[in-house]
Design a protein around this ligand. Structure first.
Ligand SMILES: [Cu+2]
Length: 388
């Protein structure tokens, strides 16, 4: 009897693709988002948020939460529509069947107060998107989108062992039309759409500086960039010369690795990239937004890139001082070659912010510093440190 049940379980596992597990996500669609843009403009947005299973509440974000699955997982997404209009989730680029595809007029609209369950097997690694497919131009521009990531064959692999990385960064490019967001119930002709705000993960301009979207890495790291464009214009990512960048996949499928320093990403496209720093440096990935109706440059965003030197952190023959973790959030652990040691904390312009003396290896509290890049001077050693 026992053996019989074991057999049944085995069969049902294989049915769900053999290796993966069931991963459930509880989302709500709502139309009550409020956001202050980088220039102080206040807007309303619509979107998706994770439903708290204790309180039943959800708070939506722009973009929506990134949904992450392992290869082979069965993804089960429960969408509860707590807004006054119908919505769906379309799984952009994922291999799902018609009933789960979230195109309102060919599968199912999720009407107000309804709960709809989407289910599919994550059969291919890669970077995908999700968005509402009801009155798509408007609902999408109002903020109803997010990223879906399906992990590779093993952790820290985009696809397989040829696409290993040590740090991963995701960038979802989008736009926002101010008049639609101010007056979404009478947006006017869709053809008159204008991209007034250009975004990276929902942020623009100076918001990107020292945000969680900053690329912070050591010079020995291998970086994975997942880039996706959900805007109506195309996006051109221009990489700093100190990064060697290869596109390894397009739209969730492997391509012959292509070295790139400027990558154009059209609406709906995704690219997976592997980047290796050639040296320690500070620079930016410039993102240009292009209006496809006339090829005009609409504007740009800069994603900061800070690659710190690992000399002194790992190579004990060069220095016996060390500072970790880097990046840090509250405090850093400091070890010096000799004690007592004077430690200077300098800002990015070289201005002395703090001086302290330690008599042994110490945990130094730096919680009062703002997010950003600093220098730590310990004797003759200088460390670039980054506060998240
Ligand atoms: Cu919608």
């Amino acid at each position: 009897m026992k053996r019989f049940f074991f057999y049944i379980i085995l069969v049902s596992c294989f049915h769900a693709n053999g290796q993966g597990s069931l991963k459930e996500v509880f989302l709500q669609s709502k139309m009550d988002g409020e956001l202050t843009l980088f220039d102080g403009t206040e807007i309303v947005f619509w979107g998706y948020g994770i439903e708290n299973q204790t309180t039943g509440m959800a708070k939506i974000s722009l973009p929506g939460p990134t949904l992450r699955f392992d290869l082979g997982d069965t993804a089960r997404i429960q969408l509860r529509n707590t807004s006054p209009e119908a919505h769906t989730i379309h799984w952009h680029g994922l291999d799902v069947d018609q009933a789960n595809d979230g195109v309102g007029h060919t599968s199912s609209n999720v009407i107000p107060n309804a709960l709809f369950t989407y289910e599919f097997v994550c059969s291919e690694p890669g970077t995908y998107m999700y968005h509402c497919h009801v009155l798509t131009p408007l609902h999408l521009a109002m903020g109803m989108y997010g990223l879906v990531i399906v992990g590779g064959e093993a952790p820290e692999q985009l696809y397989d062992s040829t696409t290993k990385y040590t740090k991963e960064f995701s960038f979802l490019f989008s736009e926002m039309n101010l008049s639609w967001n101010t007056n979404p119930l009478s947006p006017g002709p869709f053809a008159l759409y204008e991209a007034d705000y250009l975004m990276v993960n929902g942020m623009s301009d100076q918001e990107l500086e020292f945000s969680d979207n900053t690329v912070v890495a050591g010079e020995n790291d291998t970086l994975a960039f997942r880039m996706a464009n959900i805007g109506y214009g195309s996006v051109r990512a221009i990489f700093p010369p100190e990064l060697e960048v290869y596109a390894v996949a397009s739209d969730g499928r492997r391509i012959i690795p292509m070295e790139t320093n400027e990558l154009e990403i059209f609406p709906g496209e995704r690219f997976d990239l592997i980047a290796s720093p050639l040296q320690a440096f500070e620079g930016v990935i410039t993102v240009d937004y292009i209006d496809l109706r006339n090829n005009n440059l609409l504007g740009s965003n800069d994603i900061p890139v800070i690659v710190t030197s690992t000399v002194g952190l790992t190579n004990e023959t060069l220095s016996t001082s060390s500072v970790y973790p880097n990046p840090f959030t509250e405090s850093v652990h400091i070890e010096s070659e000799q004690y007592p040691a004077t430690i200077d904390v300098l800002d990015n312009t070289g201005k002395l912010l703090k001086r302290l003396t330690v008599t042994s290896a110490s945990e130094v509290d730096l919680h009062d510093l703002a997010k950003g890049l600093y220098s730590l001077r310990i004797g003759t050693d200088i460390f670039k440190i980054f506060k998240r």
